[in-house]
Design a protein around this ligand. Structure first.
Ligand code: IPD
Ligand code: CA
Ligand code: CA
Length: 267
């Protein structure tokens, strides 16, 4: 299938940023042993990647607006289009020399996500999706897994950590999930979690307290792979609430039920 102009623009921006991130990632390993540690360097790498993406996208579509993790909202002359960008998703992995991180770019048109890409420069895996065109991994069509019983499923999640999220709700959700699923995984990148659900590597995924840039591209990649995405407790869009569950329809409902009763028990 020929790639569309918009996916080409997004891919080019992600590949340029990815090349730079991969080079900086090599440096991080050297800095692990230095007294100061790599954290200032990683913040600079994050900002540099965002700048590359911003400049590439602005060159190709000068009137579109942005929502970016570092810069926040940048209004465009065209109020109907907005890029939603996380230049580096999986920062903690990057900082610790763990090669599991990516760039995530989505395009929103009139409030709806119409295209998304997620690029892992270390594995050179590019996940792409455009509305109505299916989802692809390096140009090969991908689909969500069809397992229907949680006991055979590997489910990804995000673990709240120091200063983040409701630990009691998470522990209660996790306890219930542990006794039902074949395995639970934590990659440290919400965008990759969603991309891997789309590719059928994970059967499902849930996480609370995310930002729009963590999940905007992943949402369309999962949906175009035939999967379902929703908020955990309400019918509101997960992009607005930041609480998300994904999988095939059946597994999504199972995870949702587990999360709902765990949250009720803890409130
Ligand atoms: C984080 C990752 C992680 C999720 C965190 C996010 P960052 O994004 O997506 O998987 O659990 O909540 O903040 O900080 O690496 O861009
Ligand atoms: Ca992120
Ligand atoms: Ca980030």
């Amino acid at each position: 299938m020929p790639t569309s102009a918009i996916i080409n623009v997004m891919t080019q921006a992600a590949r340029y940023a990815g090349r730079r991130l991969a080079r900086d990632f090599g440096e991080v390993e050297q800095l692990q042993v230095s007294v100061k540690g790599p954290s200032d360097f990683v913040s600079a790498a994050d900002r540099r990647a965002e700048e590359i993406i911003h400049d590439e996208l602005a060159k190709a579509r000068p009137n579109y607006g942005f929502l970016m993790e570092e810069r926040g909202t940048v209004e465009g002359k065209d109020p109907t289009h907005r890029w939603i960008v996380d230049p580096l998703d999986g920062t903690t992995n990057f900082l610790h020399g763990i090669p599991l991180f990516c760039t995530s770019i989505a395009l929103e048109r009139n409030g709806e996500i119409v295209a998304g890409i997620i690029y892992n420069p270390v594995s050179d895996e590019l996940f792409t999706a455009e509305r109505g065109q299916g989802a692809h991994l390096n140009e090969k069509r991908i689909r969500v897994a069809t397992r229907s019983s949680l006991e055979n499923c590997v489910i990804a999640t995000g673990v709240p950590h120091r200063g983040r999220g409701n630990h009691d709700i998470f522990l209660s959700e996790c306890r219930a999930m542990m006794s039902r699923a074949a395995g639970i995984r934590r990659t440290g990148s919400a965008a990759l979690d969603l991309a891997w659900v789309a590719a059928g590597r994970f059967d499902g995924y849930w996480e609370r307290g995310l930002a729009a840039w963590d999940i905007a591209a992943g949402i369309i990649v999962v949906r175009e792979a035939g999967g379902f995405v929703s908020d955990l407790d309400t019918r509101k869009p997960p992009l607005d609430t930041g609480d998300i569950v994904a999988g095939n329809e059946r597994i999504l409902n199972e995870i949702r039920n587990i999360a709902n009763s765990a949250a009720k028990k803890e409130s």
